[in-house]
Design a protein around this ligand. Sequence first.
Ligand SMILES: Cc1cc2nc3c(=O)[nH]c(=O)nc-3n(C[C@H](O)[C@H](O)[C@H](O)COP(=O)(O)OP(=O)(O)OC[C@H]3O[C@@H](n4cnc5c(N)ncnc54)[C@H](O)[C@@H]3O)c2cc1C
Length: 431
Amino acid sequence: MTAVSESDLGVVLGELDEWLEANWDPELSLREWWQRLGEAGWAQPHWPREWYGRGLSRADGLAVSLAIQGFGAVPGPVGFATGMAGPTLLVHGTDDQKRRHLPGMVTGSDGFCQLFSEPNAGSDLAGLQTTAVLDGDDWVVNGQKVWTSGGQVANKAMLVARTNVDVPKHAGISYFLIRMDQPGVEVRPLREMTGRNFFNEVFITDARIPVDDLIGGEGKGWTVANTTLAFERALSGGRGATTPARPGPIAGDLDVRAGDFVVAPGDGPSVAARSSGWPRLAVLAREVGRNGDPPVRQRLVRLYTLERILALTGRRARALQESGRELPGLPNLAKMAQNHAVRLGRDLTFDLLQAAGMLHGYDPQAAAASEAVAGIADLADLMETALFAQGPPIYGGSDQIQRNIVGERVLGLPREPSTDRRVPFRDLPKN
Ligand SMILES: Cc1cc2nc3c(=O)[nH]c(=O)nc-3n(C[C@H](O)[C@H](O)[C@H](O)COP(=O)(O)OP(=O)(O)OC[C@H]3O[C@@H](n4cnc5c(N)ncnc54)[C@H](O)[C@@H]3O)c2cc1C
């Protein structure tokens, strides 16, 4: 998809403005609003016109979502569905699959999660042991997944499972869309050190998937999953406007008044950007009387510099993508640099908070009490972001795995020694 010219983008934004004037109504429920937005192609404007989008480039799509926010309306749903499952389906899905699944994504009526990692298959995802066996018109799935973000609020999931144990591990994997709201799927929440329940364990026992929901063909799951992971990495880069409104029928906000989710432009795209980015930490340094401290000033400037470089790298990556070129390894390097910034922010946060950095409220009452004691109004937000900083360097492929990819696929270094690439999966030693 190539970017439209600046004047053409102006025309698109003019058309959007007219459409918003005629259609935005804060009194609509979120369900009604997202339905209007999605059906008009404005929820995911960088998706193709024939598939609920407007055929714009990703950068122009981001400009549209920012313009929707700037108008004072709510942009389209954000999450696993529109960020990962939908884009994967656009690449590998059949027309029938796109017709059945994409509308629920653009209108927010479905909430998705990602059933990839298992207790013994994280970095080595191809070692997964969940099985799917064909039984009439259904695949029957058994196994266990873990670290399933948002699993407790998803009604559908992207699933990778083993459909053939007689071929080497990468070749025997298939990719499915599975319903989470069925008796064979049990979701057990895991509590993290932030106090939140972001992840879950998912136990799957004789769950069923209609044959029509196998994506990309039997045994092609490794390729399809890598497409999803590439979209996941791209999410770490530039984002458009985002919204606190949650999609999906389980814990989504679909029946709440749409106007309750209007976010003023400049209110920051994410908790991470608000709480551990340089602007917030510069203010914190002043609040705790350390803004004249030379080492603190140096670390703030280092963080500022890295964040600027990241923003410019993101623009460069998008420009390359839009002109049909790519710089091998750039998404991997961008993810690692982003993780570096997250860690710098975390360490500076704890250093500035000093003893207050040991106060973390695990419920709203305790959070309010900690904030009052420390005299820092958003202590809970700062602490949650700092404690969550361990996450980004692990998900979507850990930093070490990104380095392996760059070493082997970009620099041409010898591959890691492995003895399991040609052996049928059934003959491999397993935990
Ligand atoms: C915040 C968060 C959200 C997540 N959300 C989801 C989700 O929604 N769905 C999902 O399916 N998964 C999710 N995950 C899981 C994530 O994908 C895995 O944690 C990740 O792939 C690492 O796998 P692992 O935890 O099994 O660690 P392991 O693979 O056991 O790795 C342990 C350590 O060994 C290192 N290592 C492993 N192999 C190599 C190697 N070949 N070379 C060098 N070093 C190596 C790793 O870098 C790591 O430091 C999430 C994880 C986090 C932290």
